[in-house]
Design a protein around this ligand. Structure first.
Ligand code: ZN
Length: 466
């Protein structure tokens, strides 16, 4: 610390794409997937119920990096067109104005990526032919020299790292591909992937990166876990570098994700659509020994909109910017249990839905028919059915009506407070097909939506950059 007295802390956000909290050992996952991140949680504070309420990538990062909810950002769709509203500053802009050097690693073009002084990219995709995909090593290759450069400057730095390892394609190198799997992934007697191969919108994409003849969902699930563990080890490299440079304790380290991931659950197949908890529940760990207690776990409900106010409080940076969230340190200090324990959720990925989540219930309302042929209304009891496998909407019309009333009241209140529209309800060609408008049937959505290869997936994410 002596070397850094009087200098504002550096800030490093690991904004990991598609990392589900529920697959991290420090969040109770029974496999040891994240030993290095676990260590950060022991040395810092972990928020147990931190949610990305507006999925997927484009809207998730928008909330994470502005301190605003979906009404504040007006960014709800994966294929969002245009920039962030000019009235909404990004964290990079706020910190740059406060005298920080700012660098983005692997995150460019997203509305919330506006305002970094420097953008550095790395290869974060892959295919079966090109296996393995050393995404995190590619990231480290460009990040290690950048940390060295920034550490030698007179100014503090802010760095955002967007890891791509747990994002498909899941192709971790050895030994991580076999760390959590010890069977025969092409066993013809195994039928756990039959539904996936029959899912026409995605099956060509999966064929481009899964082993030929793959039959076992447990194998693919283990590749996700292996990719998480591989990335975790590579993050250890960067933490050790900060330590070796003598700047670790004067750096605010944040671990979070834009959204989680669905594996073989809910028929959503290795993606991050569906507003089930596995896509909404993401990690939040902060290590900063000067102000954040070590070994603390905070149970209250909190959200991406809370992160920017937290960082500015910890770094003692003043701003005129308005936020919809509140510093997470209020929950950590015990002054407040939760500001909100029920909340509004949206997705505009391969489906267009919104919903309302309370500690006991999850309501999902489809705004148009979806490509999974799911019912327009889903209701889950999160106490008796935390994995959300049994839709009980028909048996509980009164609860559906109550929750729907709360959802609509929240939307009306936020529209009145912001003077802005409800963004999920204004997404005519969110699917990317000009002039088509909303889907009229699930069959139309099933026949229309398609992704063919990892290159197409990469281009799809890049479309949000227009
Ligand atoms: Zn993402």
């Amino acid at each position: 610390m002596a070397c850094c007295t009087g200098r504002r802390p550096n800030i490093v956000i690991f904004g990991i794409d598609s990392l589900s909290a529920d697959h991290m050992s420090c969040y109770g996952y029974p496999k040891l997937t994240t030993p290095h991140l676990d260590e950060l949680s022991y040395e810092g504070t972990l928020w147990e119920r931190y949610y990305s309420p507006h999925i997927p990538t484009t809207s998730g990062y928008a909330g994470m990096l502005t301190g605003r909810d979906v009404f504040g950002t007006q960014v709800v769709a994966l294929r969002h067109q245009g920039p962030m509203r000019a009235e909404v500053p990004t964290l990079a802009e706020i910190l740059g104005a406060a005298g920080y050097n700012t660098t983005s690693i692997g995150f460019e073009g997203n509305p919330a990526a506006r305002g970094f002084q420097k953008y550095i990219n790395f290869s974060g995709w892959g295919s079966w032919e090109q296996r393995p995909s050393r995404k995190a090593e590619n990231l480290n290759e460009v990040t290690v020299p950048e940390i060295s450069r920034l550490a030698g400057e007179d100014k503090p730095f802010f760095m955002l790292l967007r890891h791509m390892d747990p994002h498909s394609p899941y192709l971790p190198p050895s030994p991580y591909d076999r760390l959590f799997y010890h069977g025969d992934e092409t066993d013809p007697e195994n039928h756990s992937l039959d539904g996936m191969w029959a899912f026409k919108p995605f099956c060509d994409y999966f064929a481009a990166w899964m082993p030929p003849g793959c039959t076992d969902a447990e194998y693919v699930n283990a590749q996700y876990d292996g990719a998480v563990a591989y990335m975790d080890a590579c993050i250890g490299v960067l933490i050790n570098q900060l330590d070796t440079l003598g700047i670790l304790d004067n750096t605010i380290i944040v671990i979070t994700a834009d959204h989680g991931e669905t594996l073989d659950e809910h028929d959503c197949w290795y993606d991050h659509h569906g507003i089930y908890d596995n896509t909404l529940h993401v990690p939040m760990i902060i290590r900063y020994p000067a102000k954040v207690a070590g070994g603390q776990r905070v149970p209250g409900y909190c959200f991406h909109k809370d992160l920017v106010p937290t960082i500015l409080e910890l770094a003692e940076v003043e701003t005129d910017a308005q936020f919809d969230g509140t510093s997470l340190m209020e929950l950590a200090s015990g002054d407040v249990a939760s500001h909100e324990s029920e909340f509004y959720i949206t997705e505009c990925t391969w489906m267009r839905k919104h919903g309302w989540r309370t500690p006991e219930w999850k309501l999902m309302v489809a705004l148009e028919p979806d490509f999974h042929f799911k019912p327009g209304i889903e209701l889950y009891n999160l106490v008796t059915d935390p994995l959300e496998n049994t839709n009980v909407a028909e048996q509980n019309p009164d609860i559906v009506a109550t929750l729907r009333g709360r959802l609509e009241a929240h939307v009306a209140r936020r529209m009145a407070e912001t003077g802005l529209p409800s963004p999920i309800e204004n997404q005519g060609d969110w699917h990317g097909i000009a002039g088509l408008g909303p889907f009229k049937t699930s069959q139309q959505a099933f026949d229309t939506l398609h992704i063919g290869d990892p290159g197409q997936a990469q281009r799809l994410q890049a479309e949000s950059r227009k």
